[in-house]
Write a protein that binds this ligand. Sequence first.
Ligand code: NZQ
Ligand code: ZN
Length: 382
Amino acid sequence: MDNFTFFNPTRIEFGTGKEQLIGQVLTEYGVKKILFCYGSDRIKRDGLFAIVTNSLNEHGVQFVECSGIVSNPVISKVREAITMAREHQVNAVLSVGGGSVLDSAKAIAAGALYQGDVWDLFSGKGSINAALPVFAILTLAATGSEMNNGAVVTNEETREKFSIGSVHTFPKVSIVNPVLMQTVPRDYLVYSAADIIAHSIEGYFTASVQPKFHSRMAEAIINTVIETTETLLKNPMDYDARAEFAWASTQALNGLIYAGTAGFSYPNHMIEHSLSALFDVPHGAGLSVIIPAWMKWYHDRNPEQFERFAHYVFGVDTPAQSIAALERWFDKIGTPTRLSQLGITEADLPATIENVLGNAKWFGIAEIYQRDVVTTILQNAL
Ligand code: NZQ
Ligand code: ZN
């Protein structure tokens, strides 16, 4: 096992009814006025907005609404929200929604205390030295954003989907109530399953130091996601399945399964972020297309780990059988496995390849993922 520092300062409040604590939690942290970020008015229709605002009012926490944050969030909206945060002098940012709202909240929190344009923090021109405290009520489990410091945002002008991450951008407190996730549409449930599996396998297959314990944790997450997704497709109201799915999701990207590993990379995310940036496809849908295509190109580079995966995840013998089994499972649950299902054709490949090559240097793997490799993987996905 490699040496490591594991630091995760996010407090998780997990379980039914926990969203009612939001006013009390903010008061504990001395927050008096928040920017209340959310996406569509779904939260007004399903009653969550009323629960949150009642709790805020009860505890004398003022709020300024910032609605309309879209899936695959965009930097123009983050800029607009930073202006609001400054004008209203809020002293914290609250996210109510999935990863897109929460990632935006983190970018807003960092951008509000940065002198230049917030995109500088994504492009490497500036660095995050401070951020407003971020709080979250999670309504969709997939990204792990509720317990990590990452935020991914698209610059619509340059078509770049880049990320930030800093010790200042961990949420202070994230409220995770599986009941709030019972309304997640079927398509986003299966995209989320693909995303959680992606977070578990990126290190699992690419790390040069990957202890068995860490492989077992990743397999536990993947097996849990496979089992609970199937249960939830049959019964979206199954609380225990929803709870296990949500907690597995948090564990996949809160740093735990990576602490003690080394030399890993995120090639599937690197490629997928280009699909989201160029074609606005849901993150998990892009991943379920890229993962089998990447595995077909990659598996010879780490055959022992692919044999493990074959055995412990799908109960089959060979890497090729396990790749086929994963692809079949994605097909079965209804998340795409072909670029054509995302409306992406061969004619789109040149622009996609350029975009991926632009990402490769940020992901630190430009040497491996050169034009010919990226082309092969994308062609595998056609
Ligand atoms: O606008 P609302 O109503 O919130 O609609 C959302 C959105 O349309 C809806 N939704 C959320 N909770 C719901 C619900 N609908 C009904 N009932 C509920 N309870 O679902 C749609 C998708 O939400 P979104 O937040 O976009 O999904 P997700 O959580 O998968 O976030 C995706 C974004 O996170 C980034 C992705 O790239 C993508 O931009 N990622 C962030 C990471 C991180 N911060 O660590 C890592 C990931 O790998 C990923 O890159
Ligand atoms: Zn992801």
